[in-house]
Design a protein around this ligand. Structure first.
Ligand code: PH2
Ligand code: MG
Ligand code: MG
Length: 162
């Protein structure tokens, strides 16, 4: 088990969003080697059942010796440190930290699925990620983050009739 490159999606749409993201970046920088962070993107909520405020989204990449399960436990602990509540699926959240990619690991368990099953359809994940890791490869499709983002933008334009 050597070092693996991980990509993490950050999101917040409750409370002091900037402070929640800053907290996450600071903690992640302590545990990742060569961490890089994208700019912060303000995005409308996608696929949530209740009316809620806009998100701040960001992506972080870095290297780690931890296993994907250890990374997941770490992310959950950081969410809890910001008082994350889970009253229902898709509820507004102080801090959401999603493991998007973990090296070439592919797993689909009930607790952990990497690559993140829906990240190829999410502009709020691919936009920030392509900014800092355009050549990072999705082990399932073999495509880079830049290719996945381009493909998504093309599909979205076609769907909106442009
Ligand atoms: N996260 C979700 C659901 N919808 N929409 C935006 N814009 N940003 C998110 O981070 C987000 C979302 C589930 O985690
Ligand atoms: Mg999420
Ligand atoms: Mg999550």
């Amino acid at each position: 088990m050597g070092r693996i490159a991980v990509a993490i999606g950050l999101g917040s749409n409750l409370g002091n969003r900037t402070a929640h993201l800053q907290f996450a970046r600071d903690r992640l920088a302590e545990g990742l080697v060569d961490m890089r962070a994208s700019s912060i993107h303000e995005t409308d909520p996608v696929g949530v059942a209740t009316p809620q405020g806009p998100f701040l989204n960001q992506a972080v990449v870095g290297e780690t010796l931890r296993s994907p399960w250890e990374v997941l436990d770490w992310l959950l602990a950081l969410e809890q440190a910001r008082g994350r509540q889970r009253p229902f699926r898709g509820a507004p959240r102080t801090l959401d930290l999603d493991l998007i990619l973990a090296g070439d690991h592919v797993m689909e368990g009930p607790d952990l699925a990497v690559p993140h099953p829906r990240f190829r359809e999410r502009r709020f994940v691919l936009g920030p990620l392509a900014e800092i890791a355009p050549e990072m490869v999705d082990p399932i499709t073999g495509k880079t983050m830049r290719e996945l983002l381009d493909a998504l933008v093309t599909r979205e334009s076609a769907a909106s009739g442009l």
